[in-house]
Design a protein around this ligand. Structure first.
Ligand code: C2E
Ligand code: MG
Ligand code: MG
Ligand code: MG
Length: 298
């Protein structure tokens, strides 16, 4: 009867509420534990900066490296940045962590420069760092301390930051430009910035998101999207880097369409500093290019 049905519905509703509460509690606990762990990650030396080479697509020459953060968690193993950067941003820990990344990567670049390698360095920064003390002067101090020319540094910000279009953001970025640092828009094409938005910001470089690179050579829309981005970058006189280049087919299509710079597993994954040093020393652009072309059967 109706009463019984009502009773059952209420019961199951209650159980469901109970279930969701438990799941949410579990989630909250996990997050809190991770947050506690992240608070100590820096002083317990669990963070490490990896580096991925940026390559000139036609010649295969290495022009720079991007610093990518890793967390070696004592119990969970290596945690990728997508799994803890958002937490670092919410808690404000990204302030200290972000500055440490910049200092560490600049010291590493100094080391490579001393060995005669002429590279630029790209470092990701979060918009949250604006309120957390990452001022132009801080960047200038880090560069001076490590004797790095400002033009050797690129700061990468995501496209989302442009959409806010606030005077504060523009002022913040202009401060970096005054120091002589370059700015790149990361993951370009995933947000909704238009040409007019882009022109308002003092950026030098666009990085095409790997989503677009993945769609290359799959259908004609994939190709035309990328060529639209390439011609847009050219008309705005912006440097262009394609992210996530994994195959020779993607490399050659991009190069043919006029995209100069590339990054991706085809060349190298992000590596610890020591491993990248070894990789750089043995790297031979021509050899690598040729070996990627289908090898004839023995
Ligand atoms: P991102 O800056 O767009 O970095 C590129 C990501 O693509 C990296 O992931 C890199 O490992 C990955 N990748 C490179 N080549 C390939 C490829 O050929 N195929 C595929 N499938 N992936 C490729 P990662 O290292 O996991 O970093 C993820 C994101 O975390 C970064 O995206 C960046 O937004 C953020 N991040 C990393 N380090 C930092 C940091 O120090 N500070 C801040 N604020 N964010 C960081
Ligand atoms: Mg990046
Ligand atoms: Mg990206
Ligand atoms: Mg990203």
């Amino acid at each position: 009867n109706a009463d019984l049905a009502m009773y059952k519905a209420k019961q199951s509703g209650r159980n469901q509420t109970h279930f969701f509460t438990a799941a949410m509690q579990e989630h909250a606990n996990q997050r809190m534990t991770l947050e506690q762990d992240l608070r100590h990650a820096l002083d317990r030396e669990q963070l490490e900066v990896f580096y991925q080479p940026v390559v000139h697509g036609r010649s295969g020459r290495i022009t720079g490296v991007e610093a990518l953060l890793r967390w070696h968690h004592p119990e969970r193993g290596m945690i990728p940045p997508d799994a803890f950067i958002p937490l670092a941003e919410e808690t404000g820990l990204i302030g200290a962590i972000g500055e440490w990344v910049l200092e560490t990567a600049c010291a590493q670049l100094r080391h490579w420069s001393d060995k005669g390698m002429n590279l630029y360095l790209s470092v990701n920064i979060s918009e949250r760092q604006r309120e957390l003390g990452l001022e132009a002067q801080v960047v200038r101090d880090i560069l001076e301390r490590n004797r790095i020319n400002p033009s050797q540094l690129v700061l990468e910000i995501t496209e989302g930051l442009l959409l806010q279009d606030s005077e504060e953001t523009i002022g913040w970025l202009n401060g970096f430009k005054q120091v002589g640092v370059n700015l790149a828009i990361d993951d370009f094409g995933t947000g909704y910035s238009s040409l007019s938005y882009l022109r308002r910001f003092p950026v030098d470089t666009l990085k095409i998101d790997r989503e677009f690179v993945r769609d290359l050579n799959t259908d004609r829309y994939g190709d035309s999207l990328v060529s639209a981005i390439i011609s847009m970058a050219a008309s705005l006189e912006l440097r262009l880097i394609a992210e996530g280049v994994e195959t020779e087919a993607q490399r050659s299509t991009l190069a043919q369409q006029g995209c100069q710079f590339m990054q991706g597993y085809l060349f190298s994954r992000p590596l610890p500093a020591e491993e990248l040093s070894a990789w750089l020393e043995s790297y031979q652009p021509q050899r690598v290019q040729l070996s990627r072309v289908a090898t004839p059967p023995p």
